[in-house]
Design a protein around this ligand. Structure first.
Ligand code: KIV
Length: 261
């Protein structure tokens, strides 16, 4: 099915001055974001957002594959990237390759994303040498979180580390890197030092692209942090609508005559 669709070529996306990236986990959201996004990420944020998990570490490969299939089937043009979940790539290069190939072949997605720098740069190189498109992810790394999320870049060692990690990822052949929750000055320095398009989330407006969790900007979650911006208050509107439905049922107003067979 995917093969017949005319997807935006990756090269064309990477040359754009502004790259729009949105997450999608489900068929209806995929169909909406496909109209606007260059890249659609099936993020492992689906654990907390859809399933109410505390962290993304509880998400497994089967869940990612199911949701990625729905997203690929319900998009026509966007380039679809799938997060490799925690536990699916850290053990060895071969484990990562086997699972990346499985994600791509069973969903029709075009690329995978892995979190981390030095620790996994050889694995990423192995994937790209085996013709897997890989997106990197640096800065705050949700899969490695112990406790509350912390903004990346305030500690003195973090600056050196992220520069090293970015260079390693660049040399490993990633096509782009997501930079999450990192102080703006550091992100702006990173941008100056790389040819790769950096995709920010809580990073800097100077990043070539921005990514957000679609449910967050639609107000479908209660996620609220410095970089949050709600373009719709879905939860508030949904509450009002469900309340109206409830009243209609109680007052025998739904279904009305015209809504009955
Ligand atoms: O899982 C996810 O949705 C992500 C983005 C927030 C970058 O990794």
């Amino acid at each position: 099915m995917n093969k017949k669709k005319k997807r935006i070529p990756l090269k064309q996306i990477l040359n754009k001055p502004s790259i729009v990236c949105l997450t999608a986990y489900t068929a209806p959201i995929a169909a909406i974001v496909d109209k606007f996004a260059d890249i659609v990420l099936v993020g492992d944020s689906l654990g907390p957002v859809l399933y109410g998990y505390k962290t993304t570490r509880d998400v497994d490969l089967e869940m990612m594959i199911k949701h990625a299939k729905a997203v690929v089937e319900n998009t026509k043009k966007a380039f679809v990237v799938v997060d490799m979940p925690f536990g699916s790539y850290e053990r060895s290069k071969n484990q990562a390759l086997k699972n990346a190939k499985r994600i791509i072949s069973s969903t029709g997605a075009m690329a995978v994303k892995l979190e981390g720098g030095k620790k996994i740069s050889n694995t990423i190189k192995f994937l790209t040498e085996n013709k897997i498109n890989v997106m990197g992810h640096l800065g705050m790394l949700p899969q490695s979180l112990r406790g509350k999320p912390k903004v990346y870049g305030y500690k003195s060692n973090e600056k050196k580390k992220i520069f090293e990690d970015m260079t390693l990822l660049e040399n490993s052949g990633v096509f782009s890197i997501v930079i999450e929750c990192t102080i703006k000055k550091l992100v702006d320095d990173l941008i100056m030092r790389t040819q790769l398009p950096l995709i920010g989330i809580g990073a800097s407006p100077k990043c070539r692209g921005q990514i957000v969790v679609t449910e967050d900007i639609l107000g479908m979650t209660e996620f609220n942090t410095k970089f949050s911006k709600k373009y719709l208050e879905f939860l508030k509107e949904a509450n009002k609508s469900i309340k109206r439905f409830t009243l209609d049922v109680k007052n025998k107003k739904y279904p009305n005559k015209n809504q009955c067979y």
